[in-house]
Design a protein around this ligand. Structure first.
Ligand code: ADP
Length: 164
């Protein structure tokens, strides 16, 4: 039997945007299973809008209909998490050239740490190439309309957060 094709899609997902969702659903065209892994960085948690648990919950909510997607959190090195799940394939999104330098450097460094490590770079639908979670946080925090950039369930959480 051939080994199932499993990949990890790591990120902050603070919050999950339609750009993230687009990438995750595209991956399923060539994967058997995708593990969306919310990175937990204890030192950066104070700068976050949603807790790791809330982020995991909002992603699970969105992909409840998709049994091939698992949502979890991880802390520490991505390569250690990937090894623990026996998944050497990682998915990253590339929106613009500005993403490239950082992603290229990270991919090569991770391969230094684990030679089997491979990254697949994905481009989203053109409508989402300008979209980032940090912009969504900023616009929403200033009272702007982000309904075109996130799902209805994420929007509800953002609105509740700006009211509190
Ligand atoms: P960001 O805060 O920039 O959205 P994340 O850490 O949540 O970053 O992103 C996780 C991964 O998803 C990264 O590889 C990032 O490049 C990718 N990504 C984020 N937004 C998009 C988008 N709109 N289109 C494609 N990929 C994206």
């Amino acid at each position: 039997m051939t080994k199932p094709r499993v990949a990890i899609y790591p990120g902050s997902f603070d919050p999950l945007t339609l750009g993230h969702e687009d990438i995750a659903r595209r991956c399923l065209h060539f994967l058997d299973r995708l593990i969306i892994a919310v990175a937990h960085h204890p030192t950066q948690e104070k700068d976050r809008l949603f807790s790791v648990d809330e982020r995991v919950e909002m992603i699970e909510e969105r992909f409840r209909d998709e049994s091939r997607i698992e949502v979890t959190e991880f802390s520490g090195l991505l390569v250690d998490f990937a090894k623990s799940r026996d998944a050497s394939l990682v998915i990253r999104g590339l929106r613009a050239v500005s993403d490239f330098e950082y992603e290229f450097q990270m991919a090569l460094m991770n391969r230094e740490l684990w030679p089997e490590f491979e990254v697949v770079f994905m481009t989203p639908a053109a409508d989402y190439t300008f979209l980032s979670a940090s912009l969504v946080r900023e616009i929403s925090g200033l009272g702007g309309d982000v309904s075109r950039f996130v799902s209805a369930s994420v929007l509800k959480r953002l609105q509740a957060r700006s009211r509190s």
